[in-house]
Design a protein around this ligand. Structure first.
Ligand code: 2HG
Ligand code: ZN
Length: 484
């Protein structure tokens, strides 16, 4: 895979110019600080060498971002936009050096508009703060990534983060009404508006969503808000086998006539890691798998009725038990366990592959059978969990600490896994993104026509290729061309 090259470097003169734009306190050339910002949650040992930016900047306004991009574009310096660094694909890793553009100081909620049911925010606002601000106004912001206590909304938009409520509300992109974007040449534009409908031209809002910082830098976001459901419950449903848990999922809509806000799967191995990490126990934790089903609504009776219906149906379809969490503390305990699985695995395993596979929902059992077969063949363990209602499973492949060539071995396992995923009509990533981590596998999932189209879109937005180079798009070896 070739990366774009021929970029300019950040000379002391350029650093001075950046300091003139931003003020000296907002520009750092400190090696340690740059190293701390030059990665996300993908462990650095996954790359052949650590990637480092040459300079780190902290703009506080759209005008400053625009001035930085004007300068960078003129001198052809790479710019890697960065949110909170909670990403799981290396999307914010500065693969080609240059300027690392942290958006952490653009962290204001600009308005909560209760007449138009939307909120305007800067990209550095923590996702959970958005949820809280909406709630204070009696409204719901539906995005709910598991990293929401730390991630920034800008990163959620750039990666089209999913999370736990996609089955009912869609991923982050479904909540995005408008974006203010600084384009590669420093010009500023708005895509969309405080409008619920808009077919006036191409849908640039949703081209920007999930574009991983390769097409522009997002500086303001208008998010759709909804009425806040008055009542909610979470059902924790243990099953004797992973398959029986998965097979129950479509029955919830079909026979239960309910669209839950969330349907999550946590297999035994995943749950036990979270329990150990949090030093807690959940009910019936010896079961092979648990589903977490979240139901919500405005009428207590209706929610109670749906709870009863789904619970009864689950028991008819092999569930071992149904636990209803209907108060704050039991609901929080349950979600804390679910949301800490990823961190627990990173704490207890050194050699892992965190996957973000999506398959058609009816193919999830087949996917997990093949994961089992891979585990036997390669002598691995797996922890399978995630957003089963969306067919998006975080297959975590875990290898013993003492396997010296684990990385190469894992590469082979992954190649086999992806071949199966492709056969099942699935794809590489549902919500974590391609970034640096998955780029080499893109041609397995997107055909030549699509890859070339992506290159042409990239060139239209960013002709000099300065925006987050090394991600999503293939360039020829001179960094000028379009060869996949
Ligand atoms: C989750 O759903 C996150 O918990 C992280 O998307 C998944 O680390 C993972 O594999
Ligand atoms: Zn997830």
């Amino acid at each position: 895979m070739n990366e774009p090259c021929g970029f300019g470097t950040v000379t002391p003169k350029i650093t001075e110019e950046l300091a003139l734009i931003l003020g000296a306190g907002s520009v750092s050339s400190d090696g340690e600080k740059i190293a701390a910002y030059s990665h996300d949650e993908v462990a650095e040992r996954f790359w052949d060498h650590p990637y480092r930016a040459e300079v780190l900047v902290f703009p506080e306004s759209t005008e400053q971002v625009a001035a930085i991009l004007r300068l960078a574009n003129e001198r052809r310096i790479p710019v890697t936009p960065r949110g909170a660094g909670t990403g799981l694909s290396g999307g914010a890793v500065p693969a080609c050096g240059g300027i690392l553009l942290s958006l952490e100081r653009m962290n204001r909620i600009l308005d909560v508009d209760t007449d138009n049911l939307c909120m305007t925010v800067e990209p550095g606002v923590i996702t959970a703060e958005i949820t809280r601000a909406a709630r204070k106004a009696g409204l719901l912001y539906a995005g709910d990534p598991c990293s929401g206590d730390a991630s920034f909304i800008g990163g959620n938009v750039a990666e089209n983060a999913g999370g736990n409520k996609v089955i009912k509300y869609g991923p982050t992109g479904s909540s995005v009404m408008a974006l203010e974007v600084v384009l590669a040449d420093g010009s500023v534009t708005w895509f969309g508006g405080k409008r619920r409908k808009d077919v006036t031209g191409y849908d640039f809002v949703h081209l920007m969503v999930g574009s991983e910082g390769t097409l522009g830098v997002i500086t303001k976001i208008v998010l759709k808000l909804l009425p806040l459901p008055a009542f909610g419950v979470d059902l924790l449903i243990p099953f004797p086998t992973v398959e029986s848990a998965i097979r129950f999922v479509p029955r919830i809509a079909l026979e239960g006539r309910v669209v839950p806000a969330a349907i999550e799967l946590v297999d035994h191995h995943s749950l036990s890691q979270a329990e150990k990490f949090l030093n807690t126990r959940l009910p019936f934790d010896q079961a092979a798998a648990h589903l977490i089903v979240q139901l919500e609504g405005n009428d207590r009776e209706v929610v109670a009725d749906e709870t009863e219906r789904v619970g009864k149906l689950a028991l008819e379809k092999d569930a071992l038990e149904v636990f209803v969490a209907d108060n704050r503390s039991s609901r929080d305990k349950l979600w804390k366990a679910r949301k800490s699985v990823a961190e627990a695995i990173m704490a207890y395993y050194k050699n892992y592959a965190k996957e973000d596979i999506v398959v058609p929902t009816d193919k999830v059992p087949e996917l997990l059978f093949s994961v089992d077969a891979l585990c036997r063949k390669w002598d691995l363990e797996a922890a399978n969990y995630g957003h089963v209602g969306d067919g998006n499973i975080h297959v975590n492949l875990l290898m013993a600490d003492d396997r010296p060539h684990w990385h190469e071995e894992m590469e082979k396992v992954r190649t086999e896994l992806y071949a199966t995923v492709k056969e099942l009509g699935g794809t590489l990533s549902g919500e974590h993104g391609i970034g640096l981590k998955r780029k080499a596998y893109l041609p397995q999932f997107l055909d030549k026509a699509q890859l070339e189209l992506m290159q042409r879109v990239k060139l239209a937005f960013d002709p000099k290729g300065i925006l987050n180079p090394g991600k999503l798009v293939f360039w020829d070896k001179n960094g000028e061309g379009h060869e996949a």
